[in-house]
Structure formats: structure tokens, C-alpha cells
Design a protein. Structure first.
Length: 99
């Protein structure tokens, strides 16, 4: 809801940025053991907003490949199952910018 040029009640979500690992010569993200297979479809979303007066930078959604044709979807508030599933489906769209 936009009132007095303030975005009250809106939540800003951000894709977690991968870290370059020189040892394996690759970009990596910590999926806390949930994702098993590297894939360009794997992603992690963070919510850098305040909840209950404290800054929360924890993940709100993890999505990644666990077998050849199975994926793992973990989510938590402020996302609903419908929102998380909809976001996950976007990873199956053509990745024009990813090689």
C-alpha cells in the first residue's frame, strides 16, 4: 500500500549473491545441505527487512536440484506456498542471460 510516498507493508526480496571459490574454480552458494546438484536453476532468496524490530538477513526461500529430475523448495514467512511455487517456476523459463 502506497501512502504518503511510503511503501508500508511491502517486503523487498533479494537473490543471494554467490561466492567465488578459488579451490574449485566456481561460484557457490550455501544451501545448508538441501541442494545436491549444481544447476543454473538453483537460487536462494533473502529478505533484508526488519521483523519484530531486528534486522533479518536470513533466507526466505531455497530452490535447487537434488536429483536429475527432482528439485527442493524450502520457504518461510513472509512468503506463502503459492508465492514460493510461482517464484520457483520462473527458474524453468528460458535463461537468456545465463550460459
Amino acid at each position: 500500500k502506497l501512502s504518503n510516498n511510503r511503501l508500508d507493508g511491502l517486503v523487498q526480496l533479494r537473490t543471494a549473491q554467490p561466492i567465488w571459490r578459488e579451490k574449485i574454480n566456481s561460484w557457490t552458494l550455501d544451501f545448508e545441505g538441501r541442494v545436491k546438484i549444481p544447476s543454473k536453476k538453483n537460487f536462494k532468496i533473502k529478505c533484508p527487512t526488519e521483523f519484530g524490530g531486528k534486522q533479518d538477513t536470513d533466507w526466505v526461500m531455497l530452490f535447487g536440484k537434488v536429483t536429475k529430475d527432482r528439485f527442493c523448495l524450502d520457504y518461510k514467512a513472509p512468503l506463502s506456498i503459492i508465492q514460493a511455487f510461482s517464484i520457483a517456476l520462473t527458474s524453468f523459463a528460458d535463461k537468456l542471460m545465463v550460459t
